[in-house]
Design a protein around this ligand. Structure first.
Ligand code: FMN
Length: 398
């Protein structure tokens, strides 16, 4: 029997595209007069172990300039290849973690928004693409998790994204054939890898861009940290453009990635904490509240869903549900149906009892922002670091 994951708590769970956050009321919200919770910024603090939410934006460490003022000057082989202004990508997060508004706003701001098509009905993906295209005529991408959804390839290519984003193939899948189908239609292929061998395999199969993903990231990850895997992949697949993913949220992350030899960054967790992300307020609030040490890599969520991910752990928030089942996967496998029911019932009233895929990067996210501001803020901060901070460190040899 195929078990469908519950809504909003699983990478395979379906959510309404662009659904308005609806769980802020479940939390302890203190409104700051003149601000709108979930729009103008929500600040979450831990207070005696209780998660409390204040609808007041915490002073950001860096103020991005307004949309029109932000002129992109960081050009890389990736931006040139895809035809975008900024080397910043919103990850294609499946199961309803991305939506048309999020993807459209990221692309309209000059980055690349990617729709996560896995575990969603085709009509929902189509409607997300339509929504994104209402917002922007700039490039967008669509992501497929190959081990689970290769059969959706033609349908996704028919939607004519500029980029086909792929990840997590099984060893027996023919990447060259998959990538060739995209290339026949003039679609670029961006493939994500957790190990250098996987990067070389994708490069040999004809990928146009390789995303090197580190273990710090949210969702399914491998075992190697971002700084190491990015450097390994850069060295192994040159001159193919490489993006860095995992643990990156801001301009410092972009500048660091560029220093490692990458051509841009791909972010998941940061874009979940945006106004447009189609996940609940409690999910966004958990990211803002996180100090980065409340996540864990585990197979509990996959044991629950019954999906067999090749070579992957998944990084999730360490909720009471996860703690309850850690080390008890065989029993979880046996009682899957009953546990789903308990989980779904609890989710309605308890945002701390569930499955939320977030990365350690959550420890660097302190406010919920419009997605376009995230893109503009990242590039403006990176530019400032490259122009001022780093050159100022260089001195003439005496
Ligand atoms: C909720 C969630 C769902 C994800 N779903 C997918 C997916 O469907 N396909 C994919 O290639 N990557 C997926 N990822 C992984 C991202 O592509 C990316 O590697 C990761 O988020 C980077 O780490 P960060 O969260 O620290 O930015 C997902 C990540 C998250 C947080």
């Amino acid at each position: 029997m195929r078990i469908e994951p519950p809504k909003h708590v699983h990478e395979g769970g379906a959510m309404q595209a662009d659904a308005a956050p609806r769980r802020l009321a479940d939390l302890n919200v203190e409104e700051d007069p003149g601000t709108t919770p979930g729009h103008d910024g929500v600040h979450v603090v831990l207070d005696d172990g209780q998660m409390r939410v204040r609808a007041r934006r915490q002073a950001p460490t860096f103020e991005p300039p307004g949309g029109e003022e932000c002129v992109g000057v960081i050009r890389t082989p990736f931006t040139e290849l895809i035809g975008i202004e900024h080397p910043v990508v919103c990850a294609g997060m499946g199961g309803g973690h991305t939506g048309g508004a999020l993807v459209g706003r990221v692309s309209e701001a000059g980055g690349l928004g990617v729709i996560g098509a896995s575990f969603l009905p085709p009509q929902e993906v189509e409607s997300m693409v339509r929504r994104a295209r209402e917002i922007t005529s700039k490039p967008i991408g669509i992501n497929l998790l190959l081990h689970a959804t290769q059969d959706r390839l033609d349908e996704v290519l028919d939607l004519e994204p500029v980029v086909l984003s792929t990840a997590w193939p099984r060893d027996d899948q023919d990447l060259a054939a998959i990538f060739a189908k995209a290339h026949e239609r003039g679609i670029r292929v961006m493939h994500m890898v957790p190990r250098v061998e996987d990067g070389v395999r994708a490069a040999e199969a004809g990928a146009d861009v390789i995303v090197a993903q580190g273990n710090e990231g949210g969702g399914h990850v491998g075992e190697i940290g971002t700084t190491v895997i990015v450097r390994q992949v850069v060295k192994s697949v040159a001159p193919i453009p490489v993006l860095a993913a995992g643990g990156l949220v801001d301009g410092a992350g972009l500048a660091a990635a560029l220093a490692l030899g990458a051509d841009g960054v791909l972010l998941g967790t940061r874009f979940l904490a945006t106004d447009e992300a189609p996940v609940e307020a409690a999910y966004k609030g958990a990211i803002v509240a996180s100090r980065g040490d409340d996540t864990i890599v585990t197979t509990v969520a996959d044991t629950l869903s019954g999906r067999d991910w090749p070579g992957a752990w998944s990084r999730v928030r360490r909720t009471r549900f996860i703690e309850e089942w850690l080390g008890r996967e065989p029993e979880l496998r046996r009682r899957r149906d009953a546990v789903w029911a308990v989980l779904e019932a609890a989710e309605e009233s308890d945002p701390d009892y569930g499955v939320m895929w977030i990365g350690q990067s959550a420890g660097l996210v302190d406010s919920i922002l419009p997605a376009g501001d995230v893109v503009r803020g990242i590039v403006a901060e990176a530019e400032e670091i490259l122009r001022s901070r780093l050159p100022a460190l260089l001195r003439e040899r005496s």
